[in-house]
Design a protein around this ligand. Sequence first.
Ligand SMILES: Cc1cc2nc3c(=O)[nH]c(=O)nc-3n(C[C@H](O)[C@H](O)[C@H](O)COP(=O)(O)OP(=O)(O)OC[C@H]3O[C@@H](n4cnc5c(N)ncnc54)[C@H](O)[C@@H]3O)c2cc1C
Length: 562
Amino acid sequence: MIDETTTSAPAGSPAGGPSDAAEHLDVVVVGAGLSGIGAAARLRAAFPGRRIAVLEARDVSGGTWDLFRYPGVRSDSDMATLGYPFRPWVDERSIAPGGAILQYVRDTAAETGVDQLVRYRHRVVAADWSSDDDRWTLRVETGASETGANAPDASATGTPGASTPEASTPEACTPGAGAPGAATSGTVTLTASFLFLASGYYRYDQGHRPELPGEDAYEGLFVHPQHWPEGLDTAGRDVVVVGSGATAMTLVPALAAGGARVTMLQRSPTWVAALPSRDRRLLPRARRIGLRASARVSRWRGIAGGLVTYQFSRRAPERTKRLLRARVAARLPEGFDVDRHFTPRYDPWDERLCVVPDGDLFRALRDGTARVVTDTIDGFTARGVRTSSGEELPADVVVTATGLTLQLFGGVRMTVDGRVVDPAEHVAYKGAMLDGVPNMAFAIGYTNASWTLKIDLVVRFVARVLSTMEARGQTRVVPAAPTRPGRLGALSPLIDLRSGYVARGLHLMPKQGARAPWRLHQDYLRDLVLFRLGRVRGDGLTYGSARASSSPTTATRPKDRP
Ligand SMILES: Cc1cc2nc3c(=O)[nH]c(=O)nc-3n(C[C@H](O)[C@H](O)[C@H](O)COP(=O)(O)OP(=O)(O)OC[C@H]3O[C@@H](n4cnc5c(N)ncnc54)[C@H](O)[C@@H]3O)c2cc1C
């Protein structure tokens, strides 16, 4: 699958096609967030001779963990499973601040040499596949700077005991275009044999911000958590946080701890569970078995715990509801209206369960530094929000924690042999590729467990596929959905959460079938078998070679087959 030619102008390529000088890469990873850095580290270690580049639209790495800077920003799943298996998270903080996660991602990039592969300010806007020569032609906008860097968490610098994935040879890799800001403004064309889209799942430039009734009357400050103003001081001020998702649950105790008087205004409640923020067994156990082994135990405990609680809650929703409600009630003062504020009508995991580390939200509610109001917005006054039941909530600042705007594949416009790919018209293969779209995989993680658990399985599967192609001198792999009626089963959206951002983006989303490999399991153990042991030949994947088949391909043995 390694293609040593450097230029070609595929028939059916976009207007004019790539110039003769277009640089060719074996694998292009789009996005230098948690997924893209992990994917590039794995692929570089597995194929040290291949030309791999990570194209990143922004001028910094870290994705989500750099973009979000609101007070208290943190993980809401345990870091033992959100961290990379090849570079375990060895910090006691299992619910970690955003800055620590950002530092971990960047340390991983530096340690694995992936930072040398990243080309910043490279936004992929179009990807056109040509079956004449089995290549993607990428149109990339360069140079437009987006947001700056978040402050990484100094206390998290270096995660001791962590190590790189399998050894790699830096000199064999494509040198990165280097440091942030290296690109000059313009458009470049690149070609690639394989595309790995690690571009997240939401728009960076714009969070979801519905118009609120009568908002023009308000004279205070509106803030969206996705664009938190640097240096905003809320101490001693009245803040109304509109929303009931993970962001609101994070912001409310953080703002209260910073001296604000906070009201969380939610239309309807969310299921919430308090979890310990620290993994207190990690270090004592490390003294007996070593830090890496101890981190591995934590990871498996996290995986098993997550699976058991998820399965239990889906099979016994009524018992789960009673349990969750009782636990919340136990943390709140007597007389608190738990039913109104913390007992949703939907079943746990119909929407993502919100985690409250060490019960910090409940502490703020107990202390009286925060309160929760479950009501709808009727309108605004100059100084605050008026609810439908007539209450006026004073607000110097209104935080619209109203969610994300779903965007798939980083907004990249894809064509296959001149035909536009509308993801919503395709069925996803193992939740990682699209039927009929060759040489492309994407990173969309679990919604009921840590994102990285899924992404790492996908990347290792991609490495197996690439090795298979290489061994057989083939240049193309395409998922082919069964055409016989009934073989796919009933189609449904790829992600079956009812959360707002998913519901709003349903029309954009690929479909899934009813059975493997066309079904997305939200189940790490099943996926472990499917991705690591499942066949890479047959089972829905078809392989082939370029129609023109004249491009010389040079097969080199991969250093290590993951
Ligand atoms: C506040 C917040 C907290 C979260 N907490 C958790 C958690 O605790 N556990 C969990 O499992 N999940 C969590 N998630 C989900 C989270 O987004 C993922 O866990 C993970 O960080 C996603 O990483 P990613 O690299 O796939 O995407 P992102 O972090 O979104 O990174 C994508 C990167 O791709 C770049 N990019 C996008 N389009 C293009 C393009 N066209 N060309 C070039 N570059 C492009 C972006 O600039 C960005 O750098 C959280 C999400 C948010 C918003």
